[in-house]
Ligand binder design. Sequence first.
Ligand code: TXA
Ligand code: MG
Length: 355
Amino acid sequence: KTEILRINSSNFSESISKAAEILKNRGTVAFPTETVYGLGANALDSVSVRKIFSAKGRPPDNPLIVHIASKEQAIDISEDIPDNAFLLMDAFWPGPLTLILKRKNFVPDVTTGGLNTVAIRMPDNETAIELIKKAGVPIAAPSANISGKPSPTTAEHVISDLYGKIDAIVDNGAVDIGVESTVVDMTSDKPLLLRPGGIGIEDLKEYIPDIEIGYNSENLIDKKVKSPGMKYIHYSPSSKVVLVEGFYRVSEKINQVISDYHKNDLNVGLLVTNETGNQITDKNINIFLLGNRDNIKKVANNLFKGLRTLDDMNLDVIIVDGSIKHEGIGSAVINRLQKAANEIIVLEEGEYIET
Ligand code: TXA
Ligand code: MG
């Protein structure tokens, strides 16, 4: 009962019209954006938006991003837009930047998770823009995955998570970027970066030099094992993803972690950059190669596909290579890996690891 609308060279506007009709009739439609696939519904209609939450199994207090096709649409649904928000809109829209603004009262509570702010972005994707235009309303769309799973970068990922639970999927191939948008709260005293994403903080700083970082660190500290060196690595059944962060002798460390898990007869998979992959000594191991470390866009684009691929193999543990610079889209990659990890091993520069 989920209609798949596969776009080809001759059916674009027909497919978009069908999808827009479904949205107008209070239905849910998954569609590509430049970042990841989103699961859309009329943002101004609570009946429609509730269907998104139930399909995804999303906690009701987690607000949605409202997708718009013009700046006017953003102005329509928000209030007291500060000057620097307009600055960012002009610089980065359409594109992977979500701005948190004060909402107008008619934006339903379900959409904003009861907050008096609303998250807004203009996607840089023709399919998404045409769909929003034809639907004639702003479209609320979280990533089109089951809550807690990696975001979908292809229609196949959406099918595997949500087939039968939503009304339609517009399939227009793989996305360009592969990690979600950067989220910036424009309602606090100083603009606050809530989620690193497709737009790097360095690029934002050119417009907002005093932007503050409002994500992570604290909630990650519990996961961090301060590089245990030769210390035994404890296996716990909930420990599924082990992230090894740093640059100095990261492959050596990963080889050591692999052998520790193998001693305990556990099935291990690897999500690694090509450079690290080349240094893995155990040849009988499931490896997903993310691409070259220096080609960070490629790594970002492969990230969720890699997590899904290894996840489907029912492995006991997935070891992830965190030898990625915390800059540009690399900050988003590291952030998603830290979130996925049950355990994080941080290698200090110059640390000696016995092998
Ligand atoms: O690239 C993206 O942003 C994708 C595509 C589909 O546009 N969407 C996406 O949506 O990643 P979602 O729901 O998976 O993530 C939205 C994030 C969540 O972390 C949510 O808590 C935050 O934005 N958010 C939404 N509204 C907010 C608000 N009013 N205040 C603070 N955070 C908000
Ligand atoms: Mg999401």
